[in-house]
Design a protein around this ligand. Structure first.
Ligand code: TXA
Ligand code: MG
Length: 321
């Protein structure tokens, strides 16, 4: 089997109804989607991705109203965040209703929900009687795909169809929010920042995973890693000789051949940087460099924090499990 890349929403809907998995565009990254109530289809997602079964999936929903069908005991703050940011790059972790299979939630009593902001995927969801469980459409431990072609390169032989919605507009995965009894808590940084969230619901906590806190399973440190060794350096730090590359934010590295460098945004635009990050890492990863040197964005904004989070995880270079 080799995937077809196309823009036929009805075809994607038909395949999903038959229990197949289909890659779908979202504004963050591409997802690998299955009917969330079809446990065989859901298990195919885990197989195709080689994802360990302790790592739960996000359920993509057509509207905020579906929250109540899949989740219960929904805090007011969750409703306020959904109203403010959906459709959009925000995932809410809520107590699940019985109808949601444990296969989707990896045995957890909570379910992660998101209404994605992509016209094709919203149209697709509106044609279905079920929601779509979908992790990012990359092999487990590798960089998330931001184009249909990225999906084709890695999963093309395992799925029938890739719905092509163009390059992802945001480029990094959604912000994930859970709810402790006392306050919302950020579980994964994203382009919706802590201050964006606090404007809507007041003070929130953050508990993003570190090696010392493997509580949110999918937030394993190496989750976004390329195969080439990645080394974090200061923007102007000297780089040893060798066949090496540099990935910077706004400024070229003074001693590296510019053909071996990528800048995330020459104008210093943080959104452009997020949009370019994964494609840049993929491109450099394909060139067989001994090492990719990369520097963090020295900017205190929450958006920069999300990008730096992904770069830091990629640079952990633990084996891509
Ligand atoms: O932007 C996104 O969120 C993309 C697009 C496709 O929607 N999806 C995505 O999915 O990044 P994935 O599977 O690569 O990452 C989902 C994360 C994982 O780290 C997983 O552990 C966490 O969400 N997650 C899912 N359900 C959870 C739950 N019930 N409690 C805590 N974390 C959960
Ligand atoms: Mg992922």
């Amino acid at each position: 089997m080799k995937a077809e890349i196309g823009t036929d929403i009805d075809k994607a809907a038909q395949l999903l109804k038959e229990g197949q998995v289909v890659a779908i565009p979202t504004e963050t990254v591409y997802g690998l989607a299955a009917n969330c109530f079809d446990i065989r289809a859901v298990s195919t997602v885990f197989e195709v991705k080689r994802r360990p079964n302790f790592d739960p999936l996000i359920v993509h929903i057509a509207s905020a109203a579906i929250m109540d069908e899949l989740a219960r005991a929904i805090p007011l703050a969750a409703r306020e965040l959904a109203a403010a940011f959906w459709p959009g790059p925000l995932t809410l972790v809520l107590p699940k209703r019985e109808i949601v299979p444990y296969d989707v939630t990896a045995g957890l009593d909570t379910v992660a929900l998101r209404m994605p902001n992509h016209p094709m995927t919203l149209s697709l969801l509106s044609k279905l009687q079920f929601s779509l469980a979908a992790p990012s459409a990359n092999p487990f431990g590798y960089i998330s795909p931001t184009t249909a072609w990225h999906v084709m390169q890695q999963l093309g032989y395992m799925i029938p169809y890739i719905l092509d919605g163009g390059p992802a507009e945001i480029g990094i995965e959604s912000t994930i929010i859970g709810f402790d009894v006392d306050a919302p808590v950020i579980l994964r940084y994203g382009i919706i920042t802590q201050s964006d969230i606090e404007k809507v619901v007041g003070k929130v906590k953050s508990r993003v995973h570190t090696s010392a806190n493997p509580q949110a399973p999918g937030m394993l440190d190496s989750h976004y890693a390329p195969k080439t060794r990645l080394c974090l350096i200061q923007a102007n730090e000297e780089i040893p000789d060798g066949y090496v590359a540099y990935l910077g934010f706004q400024q070229w590295h003074p001693t590296i051949d510019r053909n071996h460098q990528i800048l995330l945004s020459q104008t210093g635009n943080i959104y452009e940087a997020a949009r370019n990050l994964y494609a840049a890492l993929r491109q450099l990863d394909e060139d067989g460099f001994e090492c990719i040197y990369v520097s963090l964005i020295t900017d205190a904004s929450g958006e920069a924090q999300a990008i730096n989070d992904r770069i830091t995880r990629a640079a952990q270079n633990l084996p891509a499990n």
